[in-house]
Design a protein around this ligand. Structure first.
Ligand SMILES: Nc1ncnc2c1ncn2[C@@H]1O[C@H](COP(=O)(O)OP(=O)(O)OP(=O)(O)O)[C@@H](O)[C@H]1O
Length: 398
């Protein structure tokens, strides 16, 4: 295998504790004496991983886990306190709003400077400029100084430059969530095509939807250490399961829906989420899952549903965003989603049908509720679902 584009080896980042004036004096004194500060906060601790050409790795983890710090070490904005980081090939990084743009210069002048930094010569730039302007789609603002831009416009311009130079490695974080929905879709589509064409991606995101859509692998950082690194679906499942377990009370009951940011689950299958009784269904029966969500004024929420077996084994998940389905507006910022499962292929056992409400960009998960479903039936088949199959006779063609 060729050398990786990113290689992190035992990466550590520590900062001196500077809470009080006394801490600062101590840190300064340590610095003067050439000693490492005595009181330090450890932000990253022994992080090792590699990213090879053509791979797509997501960094996930709760707030403060060290994700942005890791990206800054990869891009060279920060230097490690211990361990090493090496990168190879051209890097396109979209991690800080406006980083690299000069506020006094126009968008077009900034594009020229950014393109030159990425190694595009004048002829190449002249050829790609219309494409960059079309991608950014900021109209006459392209000739205005960047300091007059909205944050969304800066991101549009930054992404347009990246799209034109097609770096060997693309590094980006939640910054894409700054753009509006149609621009986000355009970027996601572009990243899809970039990856299909052999591009390499390092993405930091809180959106499990984007992470699973764009990346094949994920690295879960927890308090500066790698908690898990591997297949994106495995890592995300474990990360979400860990989050859910933190939201449970000591008796193991799911807590009442979090009322956060104005997003709520008003009812599931006609009843308030906490009152929904366990439902018994025969194997192969169909099921209507009707959910009413509330969202902040003017926002259309995203619904995500997941079937989980009682032992926690994930069975199937889907989201209204993936299917591009919008909830039916009921007025008063309420939305109804009706999801019908035909002839459920689940084998007998206890299941939870989990319902999650996310914001319009499917970036943040707000509330969760569980609907208990028991599938009844007599079968000697093993597993979770019945896979359609046939036994063939000796001369029978498949
Ligand atoms: N210059 C600094 N001095 C001291 N502590 C810092 C400094 N920069 C970051 N930290 C701390 O490092 C930790 C990790 O920060 P980081 O921004 O990397 O987390 P993150 O995983 O990106 O979080 P989020 O999801 O909220 O963006 C945080 O606790 C933060 O307070």
């Amino acid at each position: 295998m060729s050398a990786p584009l990113i290689r992190a080896d035992g990466l550590c980042k520590r900062y001196p504790v500077l809470g009080h004036a006394g801490d600062r004096v101590h840190a300064l004194w340590d610095m003067v004496r050439g000693r490492p500060p005595q009181r330090q906060v450890v932000v990253l601790d022994g992080v090792s991983f590699e990213v090879h050409a053509g791979q797509s790795l997501a960094i996930i983890g709760e707030n403060g886990a060290g994700k942005s710090t890791l990206l800054k070490l990869v891009t060279g904005v920060l230097t490690p306190s211990a361990g090493s980081i090496t990168t190879r090939g051209s890097i396109g990084a979209l991690i800080e709003l406006g980083a690299g743009f000069h506020p006094e210069y126009s968008g077009r002048e900034n594009v020229r400077m950014a393109a030159a930094l990425h190694g595009l010569d004048d002829a190449e730039l002249a050829r790609r400029l219309p494409e960059i302007e079309a991608f950014a789609d900021i109209g006459a603002y392209i000739d205005e100084p960047v300091k007059h831009y909205s944050t969304g416009m800066v991101v549009r311009l930054g992404f347009a430059v990246i799209a034109a130079v097609r770096p060997a490695l693309l590094i980006t974080d939640e910054i894409l969530s700054v753009g509006d929905e149609s621009f986000q879709r355009k970027c996601t589509r572009w990243i899809d095509e970039y990856l299909a064409g052999g591009g390499t991606l390092l993405l930091v995101s809180h959106s499990m939807y984007h992470v699973q859509k764009l990346c094949r692998q994920a690295l879960w950082l927890h308090e500066g250490r790698i908690e898990k690194h591997g297949d994106v679906f495995d890592v995300c499942q474990q990360y979400l399961a860990w989050h859910e377990s933190r939201q449970r009370d000591p008796n193991g009951e799911a807590t009442a829906p979090v009322q956060s940011g104005g997003y709520e689950i008003e009812s599931v299958a006609g009843a308030p989420p906490q009152d929904a009784p366990a439902q018994y269904l025969e194997q192969g029966a169909s099921l209507l899952h009707e959910v009413v969500l509330r969202a902040p004024a003017g926002v259309a929420p995203v619904l995500m549903c997941g079937w989980v077996r009682a032992d926690g084994t994930p069975v199937y998940g889907l989201s209204s965003e993936m299917a591009q389905v919008a909830g039916e507006p009921l007025g008063d910022d309420r939305f109804r989603f009706r999801l019908h499962f035909d002839a459920l292929p689940l084998l007998p056992g206890s299941y939870q049908l989990r319902t999650h409400v996310l914001d319009a960009e499917a970036l943040r998960l707000f509330c969760t509720s569980e609907r208990s479903i028991v599938i009844q039936g007599a079968t000697r088949e093993l597993g979770v679902v019945r896979l359609p199959h046939r036994w063939l006779g000796p001369d029978e063609a498949p």
